[in-house]
Design a binder for this molecule. Structure first.
Ligand code: FMN
Length: 149
């Protein structure tokens, strides 16, 4: 499902939960909210179950969006019952993920995680200048073993 109709975008927005780690931020202000959505759906007539396909879809669409200068957010915290009602989805279509897209407004800084086994270390945070910091595990700590010639 794809949408950029403002009325539909605002109805989709009402079913989403934003940035659980930022306790004092309820989500983007009106006027800064996503201007388009892609909802990834599972067509149960085509496949009984889904595994990793929607992760690949989400990432690929986000990379495509980023290459066009758009910002995006993958959302799994979705009120699926409400959204299925809003989209009037038939029984055979189930909501997997929601992709929110728009013109990026915030400054985002990607940082290295120091302690790779610390589960909390990847919590994103905001500084006083409203810069969004996203800690990422480094490539070296992600590779378990190397057998290279
Ligand atoms: C599968 C998945 C589900 C996510 N669900 C949500 C969500 O429901 N709400 C949210 O605010 N962020 C969610 N996120 C986090 C953002 O999409 C995003 O990954 C995070 O802000 C870090 O930005 P970056 O991935 O561009 O570095 C999710 C991420 C992934 C990979």
């Amino acid at each position: 499902m794809v949408a950029n109709d403002p009325a539909m975008c605002s109805r989709i927005y009402s079913t989403l939960a934003w940035a659980a780690y930022l306790k004092d931020w309820p989500g983007p202000d009106e006027g800064e909210r996503p201007s388009a959505y892609v909802v990834l759906l599972h067509d149960k007539r085509v496949a009984e179950k889904v595994e990793w396909d929607h992760g690949i879809m989400a990432q690929t669409i986000m990379l495509g969006a980023a290459s066009k200068g758009l910002g995006g957010c993958i959302l799994a915290s979705v009120d699926r019952t409400s959204l299925a009602g809003i989209l009037e989805l038939p029984e055979h279509l189930a909501i997997l993920l929601v992709l929110a897209l728009g013109a990026p407004k915030e400054k985002v800084v990607v940082e290295d995680v120091d302690e790779p086994t610390d589960r909390g270390a990847i919590r994103y945070w905001r500084d006083d200048a409203r810069v969004h910091h996203v800690p990422k595990r480094t490539l070296n700590t992600l590779i378990h073993a190397r057998y290279v010639a």
